[in-house]
Design a protein. Structure first.
Length: 126
């Protein structure tokens, strides 16, 4: 039981201290993943449209229907992922536009660093 309590307390402390650092990594990974899925849906839309066009040229109504339906669904999913990615980027921009914030009574201040000629922002305890 003491071991379990120790693990629970350690996890809670990590959540308080490590959460701001993990949010940055998760957000970047989520944006990259969303970009990849968005590109996949776009490519599937092109292929489905080509299949529908091929069916139209060959006179195959089934291929026209399946290709057109696939292209329309892919376009819908692409648009959904595009809007979702924009929301993530806006949320990230809103966070980093602030000079500081307070979380659980601890104040974090935005700092700037430059690596390989590129500017990066991060938050550290004040």
């Amino acid at each position: 039981m003491k071991l379990f309590n120790g693990i629970l307390v350690s996890a809670a402390l990590f959540g308080l201290v490590g959460a701001p650092m993990l949010v940055q990594a998760q957000t970047d990974a989520q944006i990259k993943h969303r970009q990849k899925t968005k590109n996949d849906w776009r490519d599937l839309g092109y292929l489905s449209g080509a299949a529908g066009l091929f069916g139209l040229l060959k006179g195959d109504k089934t291929l026209v229907f399946v290709g057109t339906a696939g292209a329309l669904y892919s376009a819908s999913r692409y648009e959904h992922d595009r809007k979702s990615q924009s929301k993530m980027k806006r949320a990230r921009a809103t966070l980093f536009s602030r000079k500081s914030f307070t979380r659980n009574g601890v104040r974090y201040v935005r700092h700037t660093t430059t690596k390989n000629g590129k500017k990066y922002y991060y938050f550290a305890k004040a």
